[in-house]
Design a binder for this molecule. Structure first.
Ligand SMILES: C[S@@+](CC[C@H](N)C(=O)[O-])C[C@H]1O[C@@H](n2cnc3c(N)ncnc32)[C@H](O)[C@@H]1O
Length: 218
């Protein structure tokens, strides 16, 4: 799968909103599951600083080189080739994050449950996934037949609860535009189709910010 640096631009706002919502800061331990080219990994690394750590996990070994390149100045980034379904880390993390991942996996709830298992009690699990068919090009709905669950964003809050996590906040956000600009550039790079001056609403990204429940007092 081609990774697009542009994705980080057009979907930057929901990412920033989610990270602000958590208060992500210096020293946090994080994992970016399905890290791809590492756009989110780099954003996390900048925020946690050299005292923190970011594991970039992806099942595709070729992404390790992309992440290594993107994260070169950040020694706190560790790239691992693992599947999200059974990811194993040397320490519990404060934040397990995924974006545009659950739409591709066999069973999204299995990955969310695993993300909860590798997070410390009271820590954060954040997922950002699209409702592809709610996007529009000149009024026509988007489709993405190669994705297993192109509309998984619409189910995300329920999946997070089924994974045993507590929702703190959830919302949807969609970049939109017409004519030249980042939305048109993103779409052209993604689909090879230039929408020209037609109006485009990219697929809304549903963000769910959740916590792993604290361990019961004994
Ligand atoms: C569309 S890319 C998203 C990249 C990045 N999260 C972003 O938002 O820019 C999806 C990534 O998920 C990875 N992936 C797909 N299934 C996976 C799985 N079961 N476990 C781990 N990674 C997976 C793919 O290899 C790909 O790099």
């Amino acid at each position: 799968m081609t990774e697009l640096g542009l994705r980080n631009d057009v979907y930057r706002r929901p990412l920033a909103t989610a990270l602000d919502r958590l208060g992500l800061g210096e020293g946090w331990r994080c994992v970016d599951v399905g890290a791809g080219g590492g756009d989110v990994t780099v954003a996390l690394a900048e925020m946690v600083g050299h005292g923190g750590r970011v594991y970039a996990v992806d099942c595709d070994p070729s992404t390790r080189d992309d992440v290594a390149r993107a994260a070169a100045p950040h020694s706190q980034v560790i790239a691992l080739t693992q599947a999200g379904e059974d990811v194993l880390l040397p320490e519990a993390v404060d934040l397990a994050f995924c974006r545009f991942l659950l739409m591709h996996v066999l069973e999204p709830v299995v990955v969310l449950r695993r993300m909860g298992q590798i997070t410390r009690a009271g820590g954060w699990v954040v997922a950002q996934e699209p409702i592809t068919s709610a996007g529009r090009i000149d009024g026509e709905a988007f489709s993405m037949p190669e994705a297993r669950h192109p509309d998984v964003g619409a189910l995300l809050p329920a999946l997070v609860i089924h994974a045993g996590l507590e929702i703190v906040d959830a919302w949807a956000e969609a970049p939109a535009g017409a004519g030249s600009g980042p939305v048109r550039d993103y779409l052209t790079a993604l689909t090879d189709v230039d929408p020209g001056d037609e109006p485009v609403v990219l697929p809304p990204l549903v963000t769910v910010v959740a916590r792993k429940p604290e361990a019961p007092q004994s």
